[in-house]
Design a protein. Sequence first.
Lengths: 111, 135
Amino acid sequence: MDTQNIVGVLIRHIPELDAYMHLRDAVGNIGLGRIRAAVEGALHQHLLILRRDLVRDAGLNFYEVEKSADISVKRLGPRIILDTWLLQYAAFRKIAGDSAAWDQIKVMLKS
Amino acid sequence: MTKGDHIVMRFLEAWVPYDAKLSKFREVLHYLDADRHGEARTRVYQAITAYLLTERQQVLNDWALSQGRDLNAADVEILNPVQQRMMHLNAISGFYGADRVIIHLALHAHLLGVTEGLDEVNDQMDILVAELYQG
């Protein structure tokens, strides 16, 4: 499954991802998936902060980076929304100067 | 972290032996700084509230089923007498974030008869009520 593989790569950079994914798996489809959606929303907000950190530390413009990251993510084809958020983070890392995670995920998704 | 955030964390810690899912919420909250991750924290609180509502409904429905009928308002009153008061508080106060989670944790604890950490939650509830009536 893509999500697990992507998380597997990113966990070295985002240790808290493990806790989010355990929680997401634990709540499953309780309440027709409403709780899982809220957990994923929290993770999205968390990733947004991490992306802002990357841009700030690299001295780049957030919106410029976001535009480039979106293009890179779209080139990988349609994904579920959680995967897209995770891929955006990897793309931000690449643009900020660390392409290791992005390259690894790209090879994995294309194989 | 606000006082409410601390209480939620301690209450969730007390629930570890009773509910594995609540302990996983605590693990995520552990990473969230109140200033830096305010939005993420709000979403996690929403998820906890939705989870507790769903679980509580299930407990009440199971009880009604064991009586051979559907759940009605009187059952809720009998099984969980604090529910009506807290629902009223919840509706009129507009409590936000940690306060709302505290209300639902208290309801859940009362219903399931779990007492660990409840004194502190009840104290906080009293403070919230006092603030509400002052306002």
